[in-house]
Each structure stands twice: as structure tokens, then as C-alpha cells.
Design a protein around this ligand. Structure first.
Ligand SMILES: [Zn+2]
Length: 89
């Protein structure tokens, strides 16, 4: 383990399992739409092959904006089961 701050923290978050999530908020930076991924939605994401938060963040997109652009300008705010830590991935 190393204790360096910054990218390492994001990488650690990216390796965390979706099954550890209580829920996640996916916020679109372009239109401001916030989508809540609760248990059922996260289960669907996992059925499509995403295992970690990193997998999820590389697939997450705004359904509204995706109709007009390939850009995926979304921020994921995970809320973990085991704590109330909220961070930007
Ligand atoms: Zn959007």
C-alpha cells in the first residue's frame, strides 16, 4: 500500500465493487440531470458486465445527452453501504 494522495484514491475507488454500493448518483455536467442508481439499477449494470465502480464509470452516460452526442460528461457520486463516504469518481 502507498499513502500518496490524489490519483491513487480515485484508483482505489475505481477498484471498489458495485456490490458494496448502497446507491450511486450519476450527475450529468451538461444538462444537470441526476439519475439515481439504486439496488435494481446497479444489478442491471452488473448484468451488463460491470463489476467495479471503474467499470461503471467507463460506461455511465446521460440518457438524455446520449441522443445528441457521444460525449459522456457525467460525474458519479457513490454512496457505500458500509459508510456514508461520498466521493467523486
Ligand atoms: Zn445530460
Amino acid at each position: 500500500m502507498n499513502d500518496t494522495k490524489g490519483a491513487a484514491i480515485v484508483q482505489d475507488l475505481g477498484r471498489r465493487l458495485l456490490t458494496d454500493l448502497s446507491y450511486a448518483l450519476v450527475e450529468c455536467e451538461d444538462c444537470g440531470k441526476v439519475r439515481r442508481f439504486g439496488f435494481e439499477q446497479l444489478k442491471t449494470v452488473q448484468e451488463y458486465g460491470a463489476v467495479t465502480l471503474g467499470d461503471f464509470s467507463s460506461r455511465a452516460a446521460c440518457i438524455e445527452c446520449r441522443r445528441f452526442t457521444q460525449r459522456r460528461n457525467v460525474t458519479i457520486r457513490p454512496v457505500w453501504r458500509c459508510d456514508t463516504l461520498s466521493a467523486v469518481a
